[in-house]
Design a protein around this ligand. Sequence first.
Ligand code: HEM
Length: 217
Amino acid sequence: MTTSLFSTVIRTASHDRHTEAENAPFIENLLSGRFAVDAYARYTEQLFFVYQALEEAAGPLAQDPVAGPFLKPELMRVAALERDLTHLLGDQWRDGVTPLPATRRYAERIAEVAMTWPAGYVAHHYTRYLGDLSGGQVIRSIAERVWGLERKGDGVRFYVFDGIDNPAAFKRQYRALLDALPVDELEKQRVVEECRTAFALNSAVFADLDALFPLTA
Ligand code: HEM
């Protein structure tokens, strides 16, 4: 009997959810370049609430044997999002930003697993950060071109990982950490399920955003 690497299992098992998220109308409209910059700003705001939840857990989980190894400072995105939002919305941006209902649910789920289930937190960590290092780069180039944001500058810093010169090598190391996740098979199955949930929570945020920024064909 052959056993698959966990990084392969989790990627394969979430593939359909990835396709769904990638093809969400809001994302398609974003990638088509037809939105005004306000839709991109509202999307960036939602990311701020998600990463705040992910990164508030970084301190408490730093020494955790399961989640701790994933918490690398070069991944942290909140400071970059703060700069992007200052650029997009002005110095007073904090007064005006609100999580959409789906964003609130997503952030709450992250906070819950961060406090109660470190391997579940890893599922959320994987879903966001490995995605940002992959398809996220497509969004950056659109944002730079369509809204005239400075290349790798304020407005798109979320997509720029200063400490990661070689994303492909970083992703290989990340997958090795997943493969070595110190939990049993049953718990790995639960992690896969949580990863699928994480994708669905992302799709729900896109649906909320789509309702705010409908585009007719
Ligand atoms: C703009 C739409 C998107 C595009 C164009 C896109 C594209 C890609 C591509 C090309 C890869 C493969 C990279 C590689 O093999 O190194 C990838 C991987 C990944 N994406 Fe996306 N993606 C998008 C949206 C998303 C979303 C919304 C999420 C979840 C929030 C996500 C999560 C992931 C994850 C976790 C991986 C890593 C899979 C693995 O190798 O284990 N992506 N994406």
